[in-house]
Design a binder for this molecule. Structure first.
Ligand code: NOJ
Ligand code: CA
Length: 477
């Protein structure tokens, strides 16, 4: 394949925007689609290829959009279908694609399918969910049992997450057909792809055990549907598994997901041994031609500057440099580019049942403030406006790193070769002529690179000697 035949996400940078917290167009304290549209100029300036939006569907928000009550509409807090169409069109004009977040494993208990299903044992929708007479020991992810008794029909239903998120019965052909229609609805509207929620636990059969072979069958079905569009639609899976061979299985034989999130990388830490080790093992595990999907943060985990960088911007820059110079597709979570920290949430401001609000706080724009945001603004990071005006900011660095990546073929499609380096330093070559080195220690270090520094996290120009926590990209000679 020549590079012109590569899909648009090949070597690309995608941006995860949490719509409720990204940008608010009408001052109600809740981010919305029109607000996001108003900030496309920023994302274009930053240089991203696509945006994944956390769930945009109508939802009672017991799990903040991951409890969908209608798969064919937009949550009224966020706007309308027309707003989504307008966003897709405006982003398209800037060459930015829009991905939605599909939540197929469960619905809201307010979804009409479940309302019907629970109404009687004879309901035509009864088999769409997982009903049983007896509970087993399985725990739900958010604590408590995975079965809830429903008085109306004296049976229990299964839910891997909240009782308000009943699990669909993916063994049923009707459920699979219903989702084909949902995928087509959004793909026909110009949605470029989907991030798919809890893909690894999609099919339950018997109820309390995930059924991997059936998951792969569903993924092959979706992939062929995605492939029937021009350009091919992208399926990115939330594949929360820590075993890399298992992760690799979700790519199938290049006939399942095109990208599967790499959680072992997210949790490797900023460590000169663990980080390249995960990269190497990922490369060994993935089938030929499969692209890794790298991310350091998302809406479910503590933001990476707090979790692995001690809120030290020197470390944040190096982590971003690693993220943006590895082979594959890299994902930024909104605010990563600012070095945004996890925000402390006082008990009276808690919204999420699982303690994740601190990673979902409003984007600090700095030009127009959030009057009364749904979650508190954190004060620990400089705003977008301030960082945009400062060439030495984390934001300016991140933008420079993305621009370098876009403009340098080695960083988009070049191979990856680890380079021997002293303890605490990791280094790799991309393609024939681009070197990357990160000094992940508190002391200066010698690195095995010679050439011209193209980018340094500390704005220095010595490819062979790095300051503490400095990272460089070098045009090798
Ligand atoms: C994974 C999502 O990322 C998370 O936010 C959600 O709570 C669960 N799936 C349940 O849908
Ligand atoms: Ca709003």
């Amino acid at each position: 394949m020549t590079s012109s035949q590569q899909p648009w996400w090949f070597g690309g940078v995608l941006y995860q925007a949490y719509p409720r917290s990204f940008a608010d167009s009408n001052g109600d304290g809740i981010g919305d689609l029109a607000g996001l549209r108003g900030r496309l100029e920023y994302l274009h300036w930053l240089g991203v290829d696509g945006i994944w939006l956390n769930p945009t569907f109508p939802s009672p928000n017991r799990d903040w959009g991951y409890d969908v009550s209608d798969y064919f509409d937009v949550h009224h807090d966020l706007g309308t279908l027309e707003d989504l169409d307008a966003l897709i069109a405006a982003a398209g004009e800037l060459g930015i694609r829009i991905l939605l977040d599909l939540v197929p494993a469960h619905t809201s208990d307010h979804h009409e399918w479940f309302v019907e299903s629970r109404s009687s044992r004879e309901s035509a929708r009864r088999p769409w969910y997982i009903w049983a007479d007896e509970v087993d020991e399985q725990e739900s992810v958010f604590g408590g049992g995975a079965w809830t008794h429903d008085e109306r029909t004296s049976q229990v239903y299964h839910h891997l997450f909240l009782p308000e998120q009943p699990d669909l019965n993916w063994m049923l052909p009707d459920v699979r057909d219903a989702f084909d229609e949902i995928l087509r609805f959004w793909f026909d509207r110009g949605v470029a792809g989907l991030r798919i929620d809890v893909v690894h636990e999609l099919v339950k059969d018997p109820p309390s055990r995930p059924n991997r072979p059936e998951v792969h069958k569903v993924l092959r079905r979706w992939r062929s549907l995605a492939g029937s569009y021009e350009p091919e639609r992208l399926l990115v899976g939330e594949t929360w598994v820590m075993d890399l061979d298992e992760l690799a299985s979700f790519y199938g034989r290049n006939d399942e997901l095109q990208l599967a999130f790499n959680f072992p990388f997210m949790f490797a830490g900023l460590d000169a041994t663990a980080l390249p080790d995960v990269v190497e093992r990922t490369r060994a595990a993935l089938p030929g031609g499969a692209l890794p999907a790298w991310a350091l943060s998302n809406h479910d985990v503590v933001r990476f500057p707090t979790r692995i960088c001690d809120e030290d911007d020197a470390k944040v820059r190096s982590a971003l440099l690693a993220l943006l110079t590895l082979p594959g597709t890299s994902f930024l979570y909104y605010g990563d580019e600012l070095g945004m920290r996890q925000v402390e949430i006082s008990p009276d401001r808690v919204h999420d049942v699982h303690g994740r609000d601190g990673a979902r706080t409003p984007m600090p724009w700095g030009d127009v403030d959030w009057p009364d945001p749904w979650l508190p603004l954190g004060g620990k990071v400089a705003t977008v406006a301030a960082q945009r005006a400062d060439p030495g900011s984390v934001l300016s660095f991140c933008r420079d790193a993305i621009a370098l990546r876009r403009g340098r073929g080695d960083l988009v499609s070049g191979g990856y070769t680890p380079l021997d380096s002293p303890t605490g330093v990791c280094a790799w070559r991309r393609g024939g002529a681009t070197g990357v080195a990160l000094n992940l220690t508190d002391s200066g270090a010698t690195v095995p690179l010679e050439g011209e520094v193209l980018l340094s996290t500390r704005h220095r120009n010595d490819p062979s000697r790095l300051e503490p926590w400095e990272g460089v990209v070098v045009a090798l000679t």
